[in-house]
Design a protein around this ligand. Sequence first.
Ligand SMILES: NC(=O)c1ccc[n+]([C@@H]2O[C@H](COP(=O)([O-])OP(=O)(O)OC[C@H]3O[C@@H](n4cnc5c(N)ncnc54)[C@H](OP(=O)(O)O)[C@@H]3O)[C@@H](O)[C@H]2O)c1
Length: 270
Amino acid sequence: MILSKKEQQRLKQAYGDWALITGASSGIGLALSELIASCNINVILCSRSEDKLHTQASRLKKTYAIDVKVIALDLSEAESIDLLIQQTQGLTISLFVASAGFGTSGNFLQSSIHEEVNMLRLNCEAVLRLTHYFMQHMVYRKKGGIILLSSIVAFQGVPYAAHYAATKAYVQSLAEGTQQEIKGMGVDVLAAIPGPVESGFGQRANMQMGTALNPEEVAKSILKAIGKSKSVLPGLLSKVLVNSLRTAPRFLRVKIMETIMKEFTKHQMG
Ligand SMILES: NC(=O)c1ccc[n+]([C@@H]2O[C@H](COP(=O)([O-])OP(=O)(O)OC[C@H]3O[C@@H](n4cnc5c(N)ncnc54)[C@H](OP(=O)(O)O)[C@@H]3O)[C@@H](O)[C@H]2O)c1
C-alpha cells in the first residue's frame, strides 16, 4: 500500500520535517509510520516495546534514508509524557499521530478498575497532554497536523464496551472542538474513525471482530484525508455504519451497537 508521488510531496510540504507517532510498534501506528517515512519525513517512534521500535527504525532508515528516533515509554504514566516532551525538544515536530491506545470489552461491572483507569490515562490523558503541547507549538509556527484515533464507537454509548467507547467519544469531541478553535491558524486536526481493523487491538480488547480492514489501508485513507477533511471513515463498513446511524435516535443507536458488541464478545459468555 503506497501513496502516490503527489500525495507524498503534499504531505512532506505540509508536515515535514519530523513526525511523532505514538503506538508505532503495531497496527495502525506501525502502518502510518511506514507511509509517513515514505514521504521523506523523519519519524519519532513511540510505544512500550523498545525492541519492536528499533527493528522498525532500522528498516525505515535503510529503506527511506531518513532520521528515526525511538522513544520507548509507557504513556499511561504521567511522568512518561513529561519525558516524551523533554526528549523531543529541539526537534521541529509538524505531524503528531496519537495512535497508542487500547480497548476493553465485556460487562462493565466485572471489569478491572485498574485496567479501565489505565485505558483512560492512555486513550484520553496522554492524548490530551500531547495534543495540547504539540498544538501550541504548531500554531506558533503556523504549520502542522494532528491525527487523533477516534472510532465508530465514539458516537453513542456502547454496551459491552462502555468505557472504551466513552474514551473514544472524548477523543472525537476533542478533535471536533479544537478543529474549530484553530481554524485558519495553519494547523490541521483530523479525527480518524476506523471500524474493525486487524491489529493487536482485538486480542487486547478481547473482541472477536470478524471482518476487519488491514492497517495499511486504514493508514493510507488517513494520510490522504489529513489537510483536506476534518474526519475520515476508512473502509466501507465504517462509512455505512456511521452514516446510516447518523439520523437514528440515540437510544436506537445504543441498541444497535449493543447487538454488534454482543456478537464481538459472545465468546466471553461461555
Ligand atoms: N483495531 C481496531 O479495530 C480499531 C478501531 C478503531 C479505533 N482504533 C484505535 O486505533 C488506535 C491504534 O490501535 P491498533 O488497532 O493499531 O491497535 P494495536 O495494534 O494494538 O496498537 C496499539 C499501539 O499502542 C501501543 N500502546 C499500547 N499501550 C501503550 C502504552 N501504555 N504506552 C505506549 N504505547 C502503548 C502499542 O505498543 P506497545 O504494546 O509496544 O506499547 C501499539 O503500538 C487505538 O487508539 C485504537 O483505539 C482501533
